[in-house]
Design a protein around this ligand. Structure first.
Ligand code: NAD
Length: 435
């Protein structure tokens, strides 16, 4: 049988988002460089399973509103699906499928016995009351309940959701079965079986990879920043990933000269006091109005003259239209897919050191895995132990990607994908095709 359109670019169902199309193109590039079995590549270009659900809730004003929700399982060869739940007004099936694909490669790259999945609801979470957010989360959990579970697929927080949403998901899933099942989600509050260090893990991991990148550049005689008081950093997105990354890199003595969230950015050429910015943000729920900084736009933040740029908000923010203005020497992809393929090519040609998302932000899923393992054993680790294990896994993964990069003489993005796909492809070939 001839290869259908789905064999090259994904089927009409998945193809509508840039994130999905970019992920498939990146996979194809990695497949070409590593000479991946084309039958494996064919299977990896589309998700295994996707569920679209209607999520009706009663709003505080008494009216019923129906939201659209998704859960996509991309590949579960290595173990249960794993991936966050995104609450965002523009999320759609294709974007969730692209994010699920990235989760597959991320879990494989860092050596976890987990597959890739992702979920989402098309909603603006800032417009929901706490009660509405709870109703939405619980009803969504019920609607996807038949495909999630500690041995099947384990959600976690993503954009617009946090530990509280995970507690509601865990409670709903447990109520429906009659006993507590904490292992159905990770990123839960510590009080209901969460792991110490999970909330900080993604941002912390981002900063570990920046330290490795700086050491690598120095060790290989390439020009690049050190991570010290001479280093300037800009962070795009000030949520669970961005704010922690900003704090961690501030604590290493660098100057964080710019941070931003959806409402805009702050700039201070002498460095922002990040603990104070976090205090201000926690109190006011916005960065706007923080003293001792100039207000800048998100576009201006991306173009700030800095050594290290951490895009940690959403995908597709560095594009062919603004890439020529980006001046950073290291870009650490805290977010998933923040750089489009065209922009990536230009940055690589300019010699910018890119730390790809599947490596850079893997700290979250690594500590999610630790949370799941601790829950199964009912034996909980100290935060020091969690962080030490996280550092070890991230160091191994960074080295693996650099080895692949030097073996294939390819870009970092391709090297990271190859590092993820290699192990997975072996497992897929060993398991074979059912029936
Ligand atoms: P979050 O909701 O906690 O924070 C998102 C931040 O981005 C907020 O500060 C928000 O104001 C800002 N933002 C949203 N849209 C923006 C825009 N258009 N321009 C500028 N800023 C904007 O989400 P998060 O969990 O920090 O996730 C951020 C990114 O990191 C996402 O791409 C997510 O998939 C990825 N990620 C998260 C985790 C995790 O553990 N939370 C793990 C791996 C990857």
């Amino acid at each position: 049988m001839s290869t259908s359109k789905s064999g090259t670019l994904g089927s009409h169902l998945w193809d509508s988002s840039d994130l999905y199309r970019n992920s498939v193109l990146q996979l194809q590039e990695a497949a070409d460089v590593m000479r991946l079995d084309p039958n494996v590549a064919e299977r990896l270009k589309v998700p295994k399973r996707a569920l679209i659900v209607s999520v009706p809730i009663r709003l505080d004003n008494g009216n019923i509103k129906v939201f659209e929700g998704y859960r996509v399982q991309h590949n579960m060869t290595l173990g249960p699906g794993k991936g966050g739940i995104r609450f965002h007004p523009e999320v759609n099936l294709s974007e969730v499928a692209g994010l699920a694909m990235l989760m597959t490669f991320k879990c494989s790259l860092v050596g976890l016995p987990l597959g890739g999945a992702k979920g989402g609801i098309r909603v603006d979470p800032t417009q929901l009351s706490r009660q509405e957010a709870q109703s939405l989360t619980r009803r969504y959990t019920t609607e996807i309940n038949m495909i999630i579970g500690p041995d099947k697929d384990i959600p976690a927080p993503d954009v617009g959701t946090d530990a509280q949403h995970m507690a509601w998901m865990m409670d709903t899933f447990s109520q429906e079965r009659g006993f507590a099942i904490p292992g159905v989600v990770t990123g839960k509050p510590v009080e209901v079986g969460g792991s110490l260090g999970r909330a900080e893990s993604t941002g912390r991991g981002v900063v570990y990879t920046i330290q490795h990148a700086a050491k690598h550049l120095a060790a290989t005689g390439q020009q690049g920043p050190k991570i010290d008081s001479s280093t300037t950093v800009a962070v795009h997105g000030f949520g669970k990933v961005g704010a922690v990354a900003a704090l961690e890199i501030f604590n290493l003595g660098t100057k964080v000269i710019a941070v931003s969230d959806i409402s805009g950015g702050l700039y201070n050429k002498n460095g922002l006091n990040i603990p104070e910015v976090i205090k201000y943000f926690t109190k006011n729920r916005t960065l706007v109005g923080y003293p001792e900084a100039e207000l800048i736009s998100n576009e201006e933040l991306l173009a700030v003259n800095c050594d290290v740029l951490i895009p940690a908000a959403i995908d597709g923010v560095i594009t062919k239209d603004n890439v020529s203005r980006v001046k950073a020497k290291i870009i650490a992809e805290g977010a998933n897919g923040p750089i489009t393929n065209e922009a990536l090519k230009e940055l690589e040609e300019r010699g910018v050191f890119i730390i790809p998302d599947v490596l850079c932000n893997a700290g979250g899923v690594i500590v999610s895995y630790f949370e799941w393992v601790q829950g199964i054993q009912n034996l909980f680790w100290s935060e020091t132990e969690v962080n030490a294990r996280l550092a070890e896994v991230m160091a191994t993964a960074f080295k693996k990607v650099m080895d692949v990069q030097s073996r294939h003489r390819c870009g970092m993005k391709t090297a990271a994908l190859i590092s993820g796909v290699e192990r997975l492809a072996k497992a897929m070939l060993l398991r074979g095709l059912f029936p």
